[in-house]
Design a protein around this ligand. Structure first.
Ligand SMILES: [Zn+2]
Length: 297
């Protein structure tokens, strides 16, 4: 069965400054990052990259319209080989990382923990429309900085991005996971842009204990301290995967009747794991025979 996890507290809060020139979203994702890390059984570096990626994908999807959704795909030389996430305007997210053996993680000097690589964002408006893809190099190895570059390069929007994930190293759990995105809208002045940059520096110096107590709305007040703003939306987050037995059945059918025959000859159950949620689907020999039979009809 496809998984669905509805946390108690996690949400995003979106706002716009009363001047109409700055918009911002703050995300608290502590419960869902813990949930996903447990499901995927990630090691420390995997938990950290998974959590940062979840927040990044939610920031990206927070300004999606209605049926629009995004896929974030990061290929990296640091913490993980690859990180893949889906998120949409309903604050639903799923994703996973392909971890790197901890001893194999070698980071170049002056490069952040993600290392170098490629960051791609695929935006799909509807099932029928052609997706739009924006790709930038991972340059700094710090996801917030590379995302800031993505928004500027790919969508021509001045942004400030912050992602803060704190781990309990002994238990490999996420103590808190939080992020924000502030963007300059048309009409923003140089002063507005400067304010964004100043805010960003402040977030970097936030002491973890005080950050821990901040709800997304508190975080927005903190970041936009000199700006009056109105909250536009508060939405609870949700982990949701679209996998199902039927979908896996269809993907097995794609290998063709001969390949299915050889699976049957091995006389063993075939187990298929969903990459996105680690759900296990088991196909017995009888089920495989049924798929093969239908293909030969
Ligand atoms: Zn799944």
């Amino acid at each position: 069965m496809a998984i669905e996890f509805q946390p108690q507290q996690d949400k995003w809060v979106k706002c716009i400054s009363n001047s109409g020139t700055i918009r911002a979203v703050a995300v608290n994702a502590t419960e869902i990052t813990n949930y996903l890390a447990k499901r995927h059984n990630t090691a420390l570096a995997g938990t950290k990259s998974l959590s940062e990626g979840v927040i990044a994908s939610l920031l990206l999807s927070s300004y999606c319209k209605d049926a629009e959704k995004i896929n974030l795909n990061i290929q990296a030389s640091g913490w993980c080989h690859q990180a893949i996430f889906d998120a949409n305007a309903n604050a639903e997210v799923r994703g996973y990382v392909i971890e790197r053996n901890y001893d194999d993680i070698q980071l170049a000097k002056n490069v952040g923990p993600w290392g170098i690589g490629l960051l791609s964002v695929l935006r799909t408006k509807t099932e029928e429309s052609t997706p739009y893809i924006g790709t930038v190099p991972l340059l700094t190895g710090h996801l917030p900085k590379d995302l800031t570059y993505y928004w500027l390069q790919s969508e021509q929007v001045h942004s400030a991005v912050g992602i803060d994930v704190q781990l309990d190293f002994d238990n490999n759990t996420v103590t808190f996971a939080q992020g924000f995105l502030i963007q300059a809208l048309p009409g923003a002045t140089d002063e507005d842009l400067q304010t964004i940059e100043d805010h960003m520096r402040k977030f970097n110096h936030l002491d973890p204990d005080s950050a821990q107590r901040k709800t997304p709305t508190h975080l927005l007040s903190f970041l936009l301290e000199n700006q009056a703003f109105s909250v536009l939306e508060e939405k609870p987050l949700c982990v949701k995967c679209t996998c199902s037995l039927e979908r896996v059945r269809r993907s097995i059918a794609l290998v063709g009747p001969e390949e299915i025959d050889s699976m049957i000859e091995e006389a063993k159950d075939v187990e298929v794991n969903c990459d996105f949620c680690s759900e296990k689907y088991t196909f017995t020999v009888d089920m495989l025979a049924e798929i093969g039979k239908n293909l030969r009809k």
